[in-house]
Design a protein around this ligand. Structure first.
Ligand SMILES: [Mn+2]
Length: 477
């Protein structure tokens, strides 16, 4: 990618500094004296008639490049723009506009006009990026032109980033919930996501492979083909931030693995096209960025931070708090009081077992709380939900990795893993060894063994438990 300046004045050469710009910069003009001046400033130059395609070829302007025009006379600008777009139809184009001039209607959609009076308040280099984003968006919009019903497909268990991105695409296409349906092959299950869908009034339709035929166009958001078996291989559009899959066959794909969230990409489209961002949309997008980057903590880029900052004043923060902290279910209060009454602290490790629950997220909620207890370094909380034993572990992350310990303790029985300070295991009740009918002591024993890296778990996965009465793992055989 390069930046090309096509100009009859010295203004762009004074505003842009090739020595401070990471991409190469080329100055194209028909004035040899101006070319000499630009060369002194560090530009590569190409000189010739500005309506002659050969000068653009000599300048090596390609479809990935950003082009800035400054031709004060509108007739010159018109002719030169037409000549350039004939040679490089996909280039992103911006043009400086003399004071008092209106942007020529012919180019309004295609070219980003920057009044020279605004030069002091905008960043020229980021305006060129805005021009590139608008160019990309024009391609996306043309894909959906004339389509009666569009499917905005998100992952099977829709998450905030996917849902927010779908809302954003709907706004970018100027469609409503009847002409652009948000769909998924599964249902929203995580309590925070259920809260988001309810509080932001987002309708998610359950899709089957059969019902795909009802739609004229399909867009995938925050997901790619083969992420799950039902997602079709051939779609019209993919916008995603996961690593690109080789099988992805879309008419247009905008895949940016460096980004922390698809919501960030969508925010860039909204801002570049001056599409109004409603409070509901801003709230959804900021929540999408928050959850995918763990509040700008993990896999975050400067782009995510900028999008977050742009959305922040537009979002409803009271609503965000309500989505983030789903209220504690009343029915689980007795389990909570029992668990806290019977919490056991071994050295600096707090153990609490919640028993049967009506919601899974109560377990991590109490695990967070456990870490608040005086002198506690590890919080290990378990509970039973949906035929599974759920174990949530929190630590201050200064010692061994919580993820590693949980993996060592519970991987043979179910899914287990996590990060340095947070980890989780989900074990189908059928996989809990028969010898250890008491979930509470079993969890404690497995965890302590793993934490202290004892060579051999004392409660074997099969066979009889060793006859050691003091072993907490097998307190009740
Ligand atoms: Mn995502």
């Amino acid at each position: 990618m390069a930046v090309a300046v096509i100009s009859r004045t010295d203004l762009p050469a004074l505003l842009l500094d090739p020595r401070a710009n990471p991409e190469p910069m080329v100055f194209v003009t028909d004035d040899p004296a101006l070319a000499r001046m630009a060369r002194r400033r560090g530009f590569r130059t190409a000189t010739g008639e500005l309506t002659d395609p050969r000068v653009f070829r000599r300048a090596r302007i390609g479809p990935e490049d950003r082009v800035l025009f400054h031709l004060p006379r509108l007739t010159d600008l018109n002719r030169c723009l037409a000549a350039l777009l004939k040679v490089v139809p996909d280039a992103a184009v911006a043009a400086l506009l003399e004071p008092g001039r209106a942007a020529p209607r012919r180019w309004k959609e295609r070219v980003l006009f920057i009044p020279t009076g605004q030069i002091g308040t905008v960043c020229l280099r980021s305006e060129l990026e805005k021009a590139a984003t608008r160019r990309m968006l024009a391609g996306i919009r043309s894909l959906f032109e004339g389509a009666e019903k569009v499917l905005l497909l998100v992952q099977d268990d829709p998450d905030p980033d996917g849902l927010a991105s779908a809302l954003a695409l709907r706004a970018l296409l100027g469609r409503n919930r009847l002409t652009a349906v948000i769909g998924a092959f599964g249902a929203v299950t995580r309590p925070e996501n259920v809260a988001m869908v309810r509080l932001l009034d987002i309708q998610v339709e359950t899709i089957t492979p059969k019902s795909l035929g009802r739609f004229d166009r399909i867009a995938l958001l925050d997901v790619q083909p083969l992420h799950s078996p039902d997602i079709p291989l051939r779609v019209d559009l993919v916008i995603d931030h996961h690593p690109k899959r080789a099988q992805c066959r879309a008419r247009v794909a905008d895949i940016r693995p460096k980004y922390g969230a698809t919501s960030t990409i969508m925010t860039e489209y909204l801002l570049a096209s001056d599409t109004p961002i409603s409070q509901r949309l801003a709230t959804a997008l900021i929540y999408g960025i928050k959850t995918d980057t763990q509040l700008l903590g993990r896999d975050t880029t400067p782009m995510d931070v900028s999008a977050f900052a742009a959305l922040y004043p537009l979002a409803n923060h009271a609503l965000l708090r309500r989505i983030d902290r789903p209220q504690f279910p009343r029915r689980d209060l007795p389990s909570l009081s029992h668990a806290l009454n019977h919490a056991r602290i071994v050295d600096d490790i707090l153990f609490a077992h919640l028993g049967p629950l009506t919601r899974e997220d109560v377990v991590p909620f109490i695990a967070d709380f456990g870490l608040e207890v005086e002198a506690v370094e590890w919080s290990v909380v378990s509970g039973v939900y949906g035929g599974k034993l759920v174990v949530s572990v929190r630590s201050y992350g200064t010692g061994r990795s919580a993820g590693e310990v949980v993996k060592a303790a519970f991987e043979p029985f179910g899914s287990a893993g996590g990060h340095k300070a947070m980890a989780k295991a989900v074990i189908p009740l059928d996989n809990v060894p028969d010898e250890c009918v008491d979930h509470e002591t079993w969890v404690q024993g497995r965890f302590l063994n793993a934490l202290h890296q004892r060579a051999k778990a004392r409660c074997p996965d099969n066979g009889r438990a060793p006859g050691n009465g003091s072993d907490p793992t097998c307190a009740r055989p």
